[in-house]
Structures are given as C-alpha cells and as structure tokens.
Design a protein around this ligand. Structure first.
Ligand SMILES: Nc1nc2c(ncn2[C@@H]2O[C@H](COP(=O)(O)OP(=O)(O)O)[C@@H](O)[C@H]2O)c(=O)[nH]1
Ligand SMILES: [Mg+2]
Ligand SMILES: [Zn+2]
Length: 347
C-alpha cells in the first residue's frame, strides 16, 4: 500500500481484517458509492445506506468486502479519522463539508504573480490548523515576482507557526526544500489559478494533474481540476489535488483561528479584562499594539471578521441541533397520540 498505510492504521484495521474485509483509501465519494484504492487497484464500492455510518470522504481509510459473483465490493466501515479538513456549506443543513480526511500537511498556495490577499491566506490557515494537519504556505510563481523574499517576509507575518516557502514551477526554485518539508498525505489548498496542479506535477515528476491557463484580466484560473485525485509521490507521501474552491467558509474553527492569530491571542492575555473584545475597552493590549504598529490594523480587522463568521457558522450548527431536537420531540408527541388513540379505541 503506497497510499499512507502505517502500523497504526494496521492495528485499527485488524478487527476488520479478521472479518474478511480489505483496507482501501477513498479517492472520491458520492451518494451511495465511492472509488477507493486497494492493493488490488482502484475499486468501485457501494455504500449501503444507514444513519449510523459516517459518510466517507476523500482520504478516508475504509474497510471493504471484496466482490462476490453476485455483487461488487461494499464499503462496511470508515476508520476513525486522524484529521479532517472541514468547510462550512451554504446548504440548509449547515453541516460542515469534509473536504478531505487524514491529511498530514496542508499546502496553502499563494501566487506571487498577483497581489496578495492576506485575509484569504488567514482563512485557509485557520481551516488547515483546525483540521489537525500542519500547514505550509507555498508562494508560487516566484519567477513572476520582483522581490520574492520580501513577499515571503510579509506573508510570514500572517502565518505564525507555519513555514513559508518561495517556489517556482518554471525555474524549479524551492522545490527541493518543499519536498523535504512535505510529509504524509498532502493537500493543495488555494484559489484556482494559484499553480497548485502545476506544483503537484513538479512534485510527481510527471504531467498527471490537469493544469489551466490563467485569464489575464483577473488573474483567475479556470476550474481545470474536475476530480479529486490521490497520487503517491515518488519520494514518499500521497498528494491530494482539489479543484480550486470558490468559497471556503469557516466551520467550527475557533481553535484554528487561535493558532492563525497566535500573536494576537498571546497579547490578549495582557488585556485588563479577561473577556476583552479588543474593540474599545480600556487597558487593551491588542489595541495598544495596533497603535504602535506592532500589529497591523488589517490583521486585527481580519481576526474580528473571521471570528464573527465562525461564531455565525457555529450558531447555525446550534440551530440545526435544536431543529433535530424539535423533530425528535414531534416524533414522541406523535407516538403518544397514537398510544392515546389506541386507548380510546379500547374504551
Ligand atoms: N510563471 C509561472 N506560471 C505558473 C507557475 N506555476 C503555474 N503557473 C501557471 O499558472 C496557471 C495555473 O496553474 P494551475 O496549476 O492550473 O493552477 P491551479 O488552478 O491552482 O491548479 C497555468 O497557466 C500555469 O502554467 C510558475 O511557477 N510560474
Ligand atoms: Mg488545479
Ligand atoms: Zn483587548
């Protein structure tokens, strides 16, 4: 198994093996079926319905029963995830969408060919930290930038705790360093056109992932990566390419935000009030740092904005939980009514 299998997975899987199931890593999943890599190649497996079951997602390790003469392979269980990359969805259900599971390294791709949008980088970093994986910021297209080192210094300020690497798929700059820091299952995250697939191909050593030209007018790429792919890297590790995500809303990413804005969180401990909102409170250490220019105003604004967005997403989740409870209550009421009708009839 070249797809990230290790001893810990092997132990977790052992009851499944005793039951005659085989391990498989999910490449993509839809309603009712999925594609998964096994020792016997890629299999198309059915996913039986059932509320108990965690819906599998890209990167999951699953237990399949092999095909028989009368039916194809069937997915029976999903092993407990080590990490999961979750974004909020606009859907009514307000459940988060798991983009990928069991990711070790999240590459946050930022193009040096267009003006940097730090807010977007911070958003992706929050998502990455929250997932439990280690983020690495990769600045792409260094060949299109006058001063990549200056850009790297600037981006490092918005990425505490993460390496920031300068790369170019054209000149090959930084690719060795990148290979050295990548570890385990790697996801490329970033806007369409940032150069993720091109970078992926350089790491793979072959033109395997579809890449696309950037429209000159807005620097945006076409959505050329239609499918998610899971590909073993020559030097070890597994690469997961995703289509450029138009929207990556935060979903329950409080911890991820704390990590992303670590220096603000640290300063906040020195605020006079323990529940300081760093808005207009007296004795606020964060605002004092903004005054002296130690923390850019933009960064504090971004922190507030993302916290608000996160709280809103969390409240929608709470609303859903309440709705579930309401639904359960209705069921009980109906059940009681049925019981009473039954008694009525007996009288
Ligand atoms: N100049 C330059 N162009 C690049 C580099 N990497 C990617 N590109 C171009 O950027 C465009 C988008 O790349 P792609 O990998 O499809 O981006 P993705 O949408 O993030 O996967 C393509 O036209 C690539 O040729 C680079 O290092 N330098
Ligand atoms: Mg792509
Ligand atoms: Zn404060």
């Amino acid at each position: 198994m070249d797809y990230g299998w290790d001893e810990a997975w092997d132990r977790a899987f052992s009851p499944c093996r005793e039951a005659g199931l085989i391990p498989a890593r999910v490449v993509r999943a839809e309603h009712g079926s999925c594609e998964a890599v096994t020792d016997a190649g890629i299999l198309h497996a059915q996913i039986p319905g059932g509320a108990e079951q965690v819906p599998p997602t890209t990167g999951d390790w699953a237990a399949l029963s092999p095909a028989t003469t009368s039916r194809g392979p069937v997915l029976h269980a999903v092993l407990e995830r080590r990490t999961s990359l979750v974004r909020s969805t606009a859907s009514r259900t307000s459940r988060g969408q798991v983009l990928a599971a069991n990711v070790d390294t999240v590459v946050v791709a930022v193009s040096l060919a267009v003006p940097r949008k730090h807010d977007r980088t911070e958003r992706m970093l929050a998502l990455a930290w929250e997932s439990g994986a280690q983020p690495v910021v990769v600045l792409t297209k260094a060949d299109r930038c006058a001063d990549p080192q200056q850009a790297a210094a600037e981006v490092s300020e918005v990425a505490p705790g993460a390496d920031v690497l300068v790369t170019s798929a054209v000149t090959g700059e930084g690719l060795d360093t990148l290979t050295a820091v990548l570890n385990g299952t790697i996801v490329l995250l970033g806007p369409s056109g940032a150069g993720k697939s091109t970078l992926g191909n350089r790491l793979l050593g072959e033109e395997r992932l579809a890449t696309g030209a950037v429209r000159d007018a807005d620097g945006k790429g076409r959505h050329t990566t239609a499918w998610r792919e899971l590909v073993p890297l020559p030097g070890g590790g597994v690469l997961l390419d995703t289509p450029g995500l138009r929207a990556i809303g935060l979903h329950d990413a409080r911890m991820g935000l704390e990590q992303t804005f670590a220096e603000i969180e640290l300063l906040a401990r020195e605020c006079r009030f323990t529940d300081c909102g760093h808005g207009s409170e007296p004795g606020c250490a964060v605002l004092a740092a903004v005054e002296t220019g130690e923390i850019p105003r933009r960064r504090l604004d971004s922190y507030h904005r993302l916290l608000r967005e996160n709280a809103y997403a969390a409240s929608r989740t709470d609303a859903r939980l309440r709705a579930d409870r309401e639904a359960a209550k209705k069921d009980i009421t109906q059940h009681l009514r049925a019981t009473y009708r039954f008694r009525d009839r007996r009288r």
